[in-house]
Design a protein around this ligand. Structure first.
Ligand code: AMP
Ligand code: ZN
Length: 462
């Protein structure tokens, strides 16, 4: 069965055909002026499911992710402040320091959620030369104009402007953008390729360019770096839905104008994680970073499990209650899998489940259906083997093998504790209460809790 994805560009789900055996995948990375929040991480998990599905279908994948450490402004009209400089002021550190710190934190988050790392990490500040070269090409081809604050792209000159949003969307964009007026822009949808450092002010991050000292616009970095590592035309470009209207629309305009070739062929976008009916956002003040989830004693895999229950193109409303329920669900899953035999027999039911799980992922990453197929098989009269489940976890990324091993370790009672437990049972039967209490203390000290019941005593570790 061919892979099927919903392509924002064509507005429909269609079969995926790769350009070559190795799929080129570009995913817009974080702006590192603060922690990523679990909404951002929802997008990175959806992209991870995409990558795992491609790998599961025997494609090789060259995955590139950028780190936006300069140029992302606080508003889309190119008049705002650079988020990095603002973040640096908030923390009383240099922009370079906060970029370094939050990049590391982001990479830690990816690891904690079992997100496969990209093959290429690229920082915008390491690719200034490539961005200037791309702007020069656009200038040479007549797509740019100068204003008092920068070099702008003239969107009227690119005939296909707005393919991702359609005619209706483009009209909305033109009207919406007009509200936040930039006095010197020729068209409301025009955008900055290079911004000058404000007169009389030295920015922390600034470079010399043919047009003056300044810094690159946010959109140009993704065009320059994706094309550098994946070529002018590549397979898949992803991000959250907020990127469709401006960031990705502008990436297409400048890339295709510069090369005269189609840019990314498939555009996949993940829906928002919302909270209290609003989008979770770094600037919204309602954001929950992953470390807060961990500090609450919640396993990060519970969050991954929660996300798997909703299709990536549907909005998901976050609540702590839903996360608690997902944690319970994840625990139940681990307990079920731990209770299975570790034999390697493959029954007819097992291969049916494997097919159902794969088919679900290959049908526009339908993780909820894949999860349902997994549970159905686990609850059936002939459940699959652990080995099969662990193999399928390559798609889910729930670290099942590791979690099952951890559970087994936790529940495996060492011989010395078994001996103490049996001695305590005897002491209790002989009504030697003092001795029974001393034995109990010994076990507690070793980290084992005792559960007494009418049928006998058992131990468990906290
Ligand atoms: P940023 O660091 O703001 O550039 O965003 C990083 C990624 O997170 C982008 O792909 C955004 O589209 C995505 N994103 C931002 N907010 C949300 C949200 N509330 N839910 C899901 N994805 C989001
Ligand atoms: Zn981007």
């Amino acid at each position: 069965m061919p892979l099927k994805f919903f392509n924002t560009k064509t507005r429909r789900a269609g079969n995926f055909k790769a350009l070559k055996k190795t799929v080129g995948l570009y995913t817009c990375g974080p702006t590192v002026y603060n922690y990523a929040h679990i909404g951002n991480l929802r997008t990175y998990i959806f992209e991870d499911l995409l990558k795992r599905t491609l790998l599961g279908a025997n494609f090789r994948v060259k995955h590139v992710m950028n780190i936006t450490d300069v140029g992302h402004l606080t508003d889309d009209a190119d008049l705002g402040e650079d988020k990095m400089e603002k973040g640096a002021r908030r923390e009383g550190k240099s922009a370079w320091d906060i970029a370094k710190f939050y990049t590391k934190e982001f990479q830690k988050d990816l690891k904690a959620l079992n997100i496969l790392p990209p093959d290429v990490w690229c920082r915008a500040t390491d690719h200034i030369k490539e961005q200037i070269a791309l702007i020069r090409t656009l200038e040479r081809k007549g797509y740019t104009y100068l204003t008092s604050d920068g070099v702008y792209f003239d969107t009227k000159k690119f005939r296909a402007y707005g393919v991702l949003v359609g005619k209706e969307g483009l009209r909305g964009l033109q009207e919406g953008a007009r509200v936040e007026k930039h006095p010197e822009k020729r068209n409301a949808t025009d955008f900055a390729l290079w911004k000058f450092s404000p007169a009389g002010q030295k920015r922390q991050m600034e470079w010399l360019s043919p047009w003056g000292v300044g810094f690159p616009g946010w959109h140009i970095e993704c065009s320059a770096m994706s094309m550098k590592y994946l070529g002018a035309t590549f397979d898949i470009h992803c991000g959250g839905i907020d990127h469709i209207q401006i960031h990705h629309t502008n990436e297409i305009a400048q890339s295709e104008s510069a090369t005269g070739k189609p840019f990314a062929r498939y555009w996949l976008h993940g829906e928002f994680l919302t909270i209290d009916d609003g989008r979770m956002g770094k600037s919204e003040g309602n954001f929950i970073p992953l470390h807060l989830v961990i500090e609450r004693g919640i396993n990060p895999f519970a969050y991954r499990y929660l996300l798997l229950q909703t299709h990536y193109r549907k909005q998901l409303s976050f609540s702590w209650e839903a996360l608690d329920a997902a944690e319970q669900g994840y625990r139940n899953l681990i307990a079920r899998v731990a209770a299975l035999g570790s034999g390697s027999r493959i029954s007819a039911a097992e291969s049916g489940m494997t097919k159902d799980v794969k088919n679900a992922f290959e049908d526009d990453l339908n993780a909820p259906e894949a999860l349902a197929a997994l549970w159905k098989a686990l609850k059936s009269a002939t459940p699959p083997s652990q080995k099969t489940i662990f193999a399928l976890d390559a798609w889910f990324g729930l670290a099942l093998k590791k979690s099952v091993a951890a559970l087994n370790k936790k529940t495996r009672v060492p011989a010395a504790i078994k001996k103490l437990l049996s001695e305590r049972e005897t002491a209790r039967a002989e009504k030697k209460w003092l001795l029974a209490d001393q034995l109990r203390e010994k076990m507690l000290k070793a980290g084992w809790q005792i559960d007494d019941s009418p049928t006998g005593s058992t131990v468990h570790k906290d």
